[in-house]
Each structure stands twice: as C-alpha cells, then as structure tokens.
Design a binder for this molecule. Structure first.
Ligand code: DP6
Length: 318
C-alpha cells in the first residue's frame, strides 16, 4: 500500500530566529509567514523491509546523508507518536529545481507529517487518537521536525506564537511571489546552526522585544492596507536578522555582493515609484519579493532590472 501528501513552503516576514528549546524547536519569538503555494514538497510512503529514504523520481531532490538521517528521525518520531508499527520507504521530492538554494525544510517536514498522518489513518493501532488530531496538533508535531514547517499547514498567512501556529487573516489574501536566485551553492551554515549562533551576538539582547513589536506593527499595517509601512517593517526585520548573523561569534552570513546590489535595486524602485514589493531574505543569498495582484506591471519592470543580478523565478507559475 502507498500513502502520500504534499505541503507548500512559506516565507517569514517576521522571522523565527533563536530557540528557547533546541530539542523541540520552541521559538524565542513569534513569527509571521506567507505560504508559498507554488513551492511544494511531495512525500510518498510504502511498506518495506526497513525504514529508508529515496528520491521521488518525478520530483527530484538531493539530500545529504545528514538531511536523510534527520528526515528519517522525524519519520520514526511520528510513527511512535501515531502508534504505527512496521517499516516503510519514504520517498520525497520538490516541484522546483534542487540546485537553486530554495530547498526548504518547511515544505519537506510539513509534507512528511501529513503523509505519516494519512498512513496512520490506516495503520495506527489507536485510530481514535488519530481521528481526534486537529491541524494545530499536526502543526505542533511538524514543528518538532523543523520549526518553520509548523507554519506551512496554514494558508495564506500563518502566525506562530509560543502556543503554536494558526491561520491568520489579512486583507491581502493573494500575493505574487518571485525569488531572485543568486547562488546555486549549498549554504555553509544551516539554519539550525544559525539559531544557536545568534544568541552569541550582542544584538540578541532586545531581539525578542524588537521582533514582537514589529509583529504587532506589521499586523496593523497589513490590516490597514498600509503597504509602504509593511515594506519598511519587513525590510527592517530582514536586516535585523542578517545583522545578528554577522555579529555572532563566530560571525557568519548569507548575503553576497549580488544580494546587496539587488536589495538596493528594489529600494531604488520604491523611491522612484513610491510603491513596490515587500522584500525579505531567509538564511540564504536569495531575495524574496511579494507583490500585490494589482502590481503586475511593477513586477515585470522590476523583474527585468533584477535579471541583471540573477535568475528570477516566479513561483506561482511552477
Ligand atoms: C531564517 O525552521 O529551518 O528561515 O527549526 O532548526 O529546522 P529548524 O530551523 P528552520 O529555521 C528557519 C529560519 C528562517 C526564518 C523563518 O523561516 O522564520
């Protein structure tokens, strides 16, 4: 028998950076994300002689030995939690190229959690417990595999507070997502390692309060449709996180010269037009842009300018 599930990636505008409990991914501060329906992971499960990971042939993905181990560890945690016996082949893949630096633990761990839940509906020895699980419960389990994945179960916006992740409504329920792909290499410092290192930065003092204040301000700006204000808050939050990276001990970073040039090009665009996209970066060199649906002409124009620095991927057309 086979079971499968898919889950999307997400991009945080208020970032999860720093944990109060590293073993179960409890965040230092609340975060807010937009769900990227175009960037997806699919997980398939099939009974087999032993637990093992394989690449999904139609959606190829490359996983390091360490990533495979981490994925299977979460799989085994879920089997135990869902009271499932037996061994399975876990196949996973993404609908986007594996060499573009977008590989997201958010979509993979969310898809794995949902796929094991599907399998447990048939295979668990405690079906009553499985049937009682809510989306919030599944999100909390997914969080234990990778923190940011707990937001991928909600769409289009997810708010993750210490009590757990939930869906949140804003007047912008459809945004257009582009990502400027700047480097096709593997990142040197994983985001899990980044969470540990940032606490050594002198700037980590006050970080939780800054993130919480920005979350309140951003929610108000989105609710009042103050797009320019939302841009400024998102921009400041991105620089705050990247400043933490660069001021950690030992310091590290993800911004390349091309990232900085591209950020300046977006800023220039805003200054010329008095309008533009929300912009942010995760723990990588790529620049993420979110446009309102009425900004299609801006999207084309800015896309042309950014193509000077890298490859612009429109994730809703994948
Ligand atoms: C920079 O969820 O990848 O993308 O919980 O250790 O798996 P683990 O970390 P992860 O951290 C993501 C950090 C971020 C910001 C964000 O998505 O909020």
């Amino acid at each position: 028998m086979k079971w499968s599930a898919e889950a999307p990636s997400n991009i945080a505008l208020i970032k999860y950076m720093g944990k109060t409990d590293a073993s179960s991914n409890v965040p230092s501060n609340a975060s807010l994300s937009y769900t990227l329906g175009g960037l997806r992971t699919r997980v398939e499960l099939e009974s087999s002689a032993q637990d093992q990971w394989q690449e999904l042939s139609e959606w190829p993905v490359k996983l390091s030995e360490k990533s495979k181990e981490r994925f299977l560890k979460h799989f085994q945690f879920l089997k135990k939690t869902f009271e499932v016996d037996g061994s399975f082949t876990v196949r996973s893949g993404n609908n986007f190229p594996s060499d573009c630096g977008l590989a997201s633990s958010a979509s993979s761990f969310a898809a794995l959690t949902l796929a094991v839940f599907e399998m447990a509906k048939d295979q668990s020895s405690n079906k009553a417990m499985i049937e009682s699980l809510s989306l919030e419960d599944l999100s909390a389990l997914s969080r234990q595999g990778s923190g940011s994945s707990c937001r991928s179960l909600f769409s289009p916006w997810a708010l993750w507070k210490s009590e757990g992740a939930e869906s949140i409504k804003f007047p912008y329920d459809l945004l257009l997502h582009d990502v400027l792909i700047l480097e096709e290499e593997k990142k040197a410092v994983s985001s899990s390692e980044a969470h540990k290192r940032v606490t050594s930065s002198a700037l980590f003092v006050g970080r939780v309060e800054r993130a919480e204040t920005r979350l309140k301000d951003l929610a108000a700006a989105l609710n009042l449709k103050q797009w320019a204000n939302a841009f400024e808050i998102t921009w400041a939050e991105m620089w705050d996180m990247h400043a933490l990276f660069e001021t950690s001990n030992p310091s590290f970073g993800y911004m390349t010269g091309a990232s900085v040039d591209a950020l300046h090009a977006v800023k220039d665009f805003w200054q010329e037009q008095g309008d533009g996209p929300l912009v942010t970066m995760d723990a990588g060199p790529n620049v993420h842009l979110l446009f309102r649906p009425d900004q299609k002409a801006f999207r084309d124009e800015l896309g042309k300018r950014l193509a000077n620095y890298g490859r612009v991927l429109r994730t809703d057309s994948l």
